[in-house]
Design a protein around this ligand. Structure first.
Ligand code: DAH
Length: 344
């Protein structure tokens, strides 16, 4: 039995030395030290031994087992260390390689233009207001002096949701909402940027959804000259101090009198060219003095209060300012287009 144990030890240790993987080691451990292994078997046969021999063989068996286990452990540690070494070598990072460039985004051109408009009017004491895109017929039309059946409603083909609800066709309802909220109790000086919707066929200059910025200033003794002064400042700051403005008579149901504002063409300096269609002027926005009916409906006494209002399209402003030739560029979001307007 002694010899058998020593043989097993020699045999096992030789196998450990030969082994080269962790799974080999596990196999050896199971084969020699497992419950069904030869050492366990030897121990089971100890009953046949004389009482003197028993402790001697027992001790030897334990020693053999310990020797094999120790050898397995130290080989395991060695293999693990080698494996880790290999892994580290494989995963070494070359810190001298150039890094991958990180793509940095930027605000959309429309966002930048709207923010520029906002900053400009905040600088003149206007506050920013918002209103719902799903609007009632009342605020979108009636409160702006466009009763049901009014022919001017056709100027703005609408997406109706129900008889009384529609996608707002302009940001002008926010005028009526803001005034209505104060109900004649205080002056109002606000602009409202936002999305608007019209049943238009999309082409280079039309989009079924676009952006507007509405402006409203209601106070005691607000005059047309105030409108002209504010719009003149806006035009010069947005398009350049050398731009001139002119107001032309026009018609909107919610203003009386109504005007359209042009700026002198930058391309030809007012001489007339293809951009301004030979007129030397480019139309920018509509506005006028708030109609007394509109003031009245919102709770403002037109004998006490007067006001001006205007509405503009940031897409059109961006197109003129940056020479964008198709309104659809704002919505198709081709990064090659958008990237040109990211400020560094
Ligand atoms: N709401 C008009 C439109 O969408 C634009 C406009 C014109 C707004 C004159 C105004 C205004 O506030 O006074 O065509």
């Amino acid at each position: 039995m002694k010899e058998r144990l020593q043989e097993l030890q020699t045999e096992a240790l030789a196998k450990v030395t030969e082994s080269s993987t962790l799974s080999d080691l596990q196999d050896i451990r199971v084969a020699y030290l497992g419950k069904k292994g030869p050492i366990t078997e030897v121990l089971r046969g100890m009953g046949k031994l004389s009482p003197e021999e028993r402790p001697v063989i027992g001790e030897l068996a334990n020693k053999v087992r310990e020797a094999i286990a120790n050898e397995l452990d130290s080989k395991k540690a060695k293999l693990e260390a080698e494996e880790l070494e290999k892994k580290l070598e494989k995963e070494t990072i070359d810190v001298t390689l150039p890094g991958r460039p990180v793509q940095v985004g930027g605000p959309h051109l429309l966002t930048s233009i709207v923010e520029e408009i906002e900053d400009l009017f905040i600088g003149m004491g206007f506050e920013i207001r918002e209103g719902p895109e799903v609007e009632t017929d009342y605020y979108n039309f009636e409160a702006l002096n466009l009763p049901k059946g009014h022919p001017a409603r056709d100027m703005q083909d609408s997406f109706y949701i129900t008889e009384e609800l529609l996608m707002r066709t302009h940001t002008s309802p926010v005028q009526a909402r803001t005034m209505g909220q104060f109900n004649g109790s205080q002056p109002v000086k606000m602009i409202c940027p936002g999305k608007v919707y019209r049943r238009d066929t999309d082409d280079a200059t039309h989009s079924h959804q676009f952006t507007q910025v509405e402006g409203l200033y209601v106070d005691k003794d607000v005059r047309m000259s105030d409108l002209k002064g504010v719009l003149n400042r806006f035009a010069k700051q947005m398009f350049g101090e050398d731009r001139e403005i002119r107001l032309r008579p026009s018609f909107f149901p919610f203003t009386e009198p109504s005007v359209e504002m042009d700026i002198s063409c930058k391309v030809c300096n007012g001489e007339g060219c293809s951009v301004c269609k030979g007129t030397g002027w480019i139309e920018i926005l509509g506005g006028g003095m708030v109609h007394p009916r509109v003031l009245e409906m919102a709770g403002y006494d037109p004998k006490e209060y007067s006001g001006f209002a205007f509405g503009m399209g940031p897409e059109r402003i961006a197109m003129l300012k940056y020479g964008v030739d198709d309104i659809r560029h704002f919505y198709t979001n081709d990064v090659r287009f958008l990237k040109q307007y990211h400020k560094a």
